[in-house]
Design a protein around this ligand. Structure first.
Ligand SMILES: *Cc1c(COP(=O)(O)O)cnc(C)c1O
Length: 342
């Protein structure tokens, strides 16, 4: 029998559980472009109610959800303020500029992912034909696993509002932040006009994100979803997976966080591994650059996959498909490798 692979590259690699697949098979469906898919409607309304918004929009990906939010907040020639390393700015193909003629104004972030308020204020353009119109502040939470501090969110909200900016949250892993901060997700969401949530990361659904906002913003986003080719039909089978995830996979994110903390502790013991940090379900370590390839081969042979990032920094991500045994195997494989002479 093939060895079970412990895949720590990302929490996107989760596969639907048997119970989730059953929920998908038995989902009531209709045509969502007509607004008639009962399962899609229920998922959208449930998240909107839970997080304190009027409405939600179920979309295929987090990238599309963020794009639709930007298109709904901003017109052609408007500008949004965004972290220099934010997913929305850096890892989404420049979609807001490509498809919306929206200018990003990147802001250098602090170590914890926050955009310093003074830098936000300094970047807001005067109302003058020379400048793009600054319309929106976009934040990301969690940030490389880190929950943004709640008092920072409040302060960022107040600063943005003082300048009449809208606020969007890329909350791909909002529930990880909520679980880690031990607050309801709505206490984070309340500082924003729109929030995008991924169901396909740690929550374990195969596909899907939901954008939340006011009726007016979600109506705009629905139109843009159609324009982007994202109008879908009997999507209730996918929404059912999202519903199942919300019912069964939110509280258990604490298990992923506990496993990440345990793994960080085991890796810290190893001479040759430098623990850079552990936040929610992510562990970051540095290993000697010259041993990186060899380590990757060693781990693959032990049935462990990791993602090798910039230089010698590794990111290990825990999720639904990684259990205690998988974490023990990973720790043991690292110990064995570094016990060999380099
Ligand atoms: C994964 C992710 C997204 C969206 O990703 P998709 O792969 O398009 O679903 C957006 N923002 C952050 C921070 C993410 O981690």
């Amino acid at each position: 029998m093939a060895m079970d692979v412990v895949d720590l590259r990302s929490d996107t690699v989760t596969r639907p559980t048997a119970a989730m697949r059953e929920a998908m098979l038995s989902a009531a469906v209709g045509d969502d472009v007509y607004g008639e898919d009962p399962t899609v409607n229920a998922l959208q309304q449930r998240l909107a109610d839970d997080l304190g918004f009027d409405a939600g929009l179920f979309v295929p990906s987090g990238t599309q959800s963020n794009l639709l939010a930007l298109l709904s907040h901003c017109e052609r020639g408007d500008e949004y303020l965004v972290g220099m390393d934010a997913h929305t700015y850096k890892f989404e193909g420049g979609g807001a500029a490509v498809l919306g003629s929206i200018q990003p104004q990147p802001i250098v972030q602090d170590e914890d992912g926050s955009l310093p308020l003074a830098r936000i204020e300094a970047a807001i353009k005067p109302v003058d034909p020379h400048f793009a119109r600054t319309r929106l502040l976009a934040l990301e939470n969690t940030w490389h696993g880190r929950p943004l501090p709640l008092d920072y969110l409040r302060a960022a909200h107040d600063t943005a509002r003082a300048h009449s900016l809208g606020l969007h949250l890329d909350g791909a892993r909002l529930f990880n932040a909520a679980v880690a901060c031990a607050v309801p997700a709505r206490d984070i969401a309340r500082h924003f006009d729109t929030v995008s949530i991924c169901l396909s990361k740690g929550l374990g659904a195969p596909v899907g994100s939901v954008l939340l906002g006011s009726h007016a913003l979600i109506d705009k986003a629905r139109r843009w979803r159609k324009v982007c080719g994202g109008g879908w039909r009997q999507a209730g089978m996918l929404a059912a997976a999202g519903m199942h995830a919300l019912d069964h996979h939110v509280a258990r994110l604490a298990d992923d966080h506990r496993r990440a903390a345990y793994l960080a502790g085991r890796l810290r013991e190893i001479a040759g591994v430098q623990l850079l940090g552990q936040y929610t379900n992510m562990v970051f370590v540095d290993v000697p650059a010259e041993r990186l390839r060899e380590l990757d081969v060693h781990l693959r042979e032990a049935g462990i996959r990791i993602s090798i990032g910039y230089l010698s920094t590794l990111r290990l991500v825990t999720h639904l498909d990684v259990d205690d045994d998988g974490i023990e195997r990973t720790a043991a494989a690292f110990h064995a490798f570094f016990a060999r002479r380099g």
